[in-house]
Write a protein that binds this ligand. Structure first.
Ligand SMILES: [Zn+2]
Length: 384
């Protein structure tokens, strides 16, 4: 079965071998053929080959599905009171995670699944075709396994985040870090692709994070890291040292950090929803691009610091507040996210890529930043 998408006003492929030969790989008055879930043909609409089905895009923009490479989608409860207090002037110190842990532990599997599916549905409706989902709101051995099983119902990109906060049962940091790096990693590794640590001021130190990540790697997990959200404690250097696929937040980074990232295969994932929701200063994304760093954008969907389920909103923030052009933000939300997950089959619409795509209710992809606040995604197509 093949499908022809035709009358595409503006097709963004993110493949420089196609179209205008820019990084965006743009074509106009274009068509695309999907066959067997893959992109089989891309070119001018007037040259399109026949297919079993035909979708007339009527001049709309078509782009690769968004890759949301950083979410904490599986949780119960909310932290709206904390948000309201913060907007009234209370600073964020990371302490609110404990209230989400209590609510998540108390929720049944069915409640958690229903709430998570609802949020995943919102992401999908807004154009997300691949998402990463972390554990980290239980912090007991069985509980973290439960959260990863639920995450596995939503995605293959599951991440073990036992080192999200100190579990409330533990007074001794070393004891908890040893538990996470030992028995918890062993139990969780079969249910996860990735391991992550919240390495920041008030969270886990660089040495603690290195210990957890080393054990995770020995258990067969690939690595990513939260770093530089609240302060620069050296997380970026650790991420590069450990060859993490991505270091996420990067709100506080030095020139030395940027140089290290640029010479590495570690992506910097920026999460402007977190700055928005904590009323913090945004990182200057231009610094990263000028230094040669690969950027990704993600929602960081979580109940405390970024209850965001719209990649369109993230793109608009990145353009307005972080200095990216609409194309740079779009690239970060698609191909950048794919690189942050070490995937080359998604995030672009080159020949052979997964035919995961978005048909916009707009003639140009730049409308995502130009017309913020409404969902401009007409159709999300996710090949299975
Ligand atoms: Zn996060």
């Amino acid at each position: 079965m093949s499908t022809l998408y035709t009358n595409i006003g503006e097709l963004t492929t993110n493949d420089a071998r196609l179209g205008d030969a820019s990084a965006m790989g743009r074509l106009y008055n274009a068509a695309l053929v999907e066959e067997g879930g893959r992109v089989a043909w891309v070119g001018r609409a007037s040259d399109a080959p026949p297919a079993d089905q035909r979708v007339d895009c009527a001049g709309a923009a078509v782009l690769p599905g968004f890759v949301d490479s950083h979410t904490h989608l599986v949780f119960a409860g909310d932290r709206v009171d904390e948000f309201v207090a913060r907007m009234a002037g209370s600073p964020y110190d990371g302490g609110g995670i404990a209230s989400t842990i209590a609510a998540t532990r108390a929720a049944s599997r069915e409640e958690l699944l229903r709430a998570s599916l609802s949020r995943a549905g919102a992401l999908l409706a807004g154009g997300v075709t691949t998402l990463e989902v972390k554990s980290g709101y239980d912090l007991t051995l069985d509980g973290e396994v439960r959260l990863l099983e639920l995450a596995g119902a939503l995605t293959e990109e599951t991440t073990f985040l036992g080192a999200h906060a100190l579990a409330p049962e533990f007074d001794d940091r070393d004891e908890y870090v040893g538990f996470v790096a030992g028995a918890m990693t062993t139990a969780c590794a079969p249910h996860a692709r990735w391991a992550d640590v919240f390495c920041d001021r008030g969270a886990f130190s660089v040495d603690e994070a290195r210990h957890v990540l080393s054990s995770a790697r020995d258990a067969g997990l690939e690595l990513r890291l939260h770093g530089g959200q609240l302060a620069n404690v050296g997380a970026v250097g650790l991420a590069v040292e450990m060859d993490c696929a991505s270091v996420d937040h990067c709100t506080h980074v030095s020139e030395h950090d940027l140089a290290a990232l640029a010479g590495s295969s570690t992506v910097a994932t920026l999460l402007p929803g977190a700055e928005f929701s904590t009323r913090s200063a945004y990182p200057d994304a231009r610094r990263f691009l000028d230094a040669g760093v690969t950027l990704a954008l993600a929602t960081d969907c979580n109940p405390g610091t970024s209850y965001v389920t719209s990649m369109g909103f993230v793109i608009a923030l990145a353009v307005r507040e972080m200095g990216l052009s609409p194309d740079e933000a779009l690239y970060g939300a698609t191909r950048g996210g794919a690189v942050a997950l070490r995937r080359d089959d998604i995030g672009h619409l080159g020949l052979g890529a997964r035919a995961d795509l978005i048909v916009l209710d707009a003639p140009r992809a730049a409308y995502l930043a130009y017309r913020p606040g409404s969902n401009l995604v007409r159709t999300t197509v996710r090949s299975s």
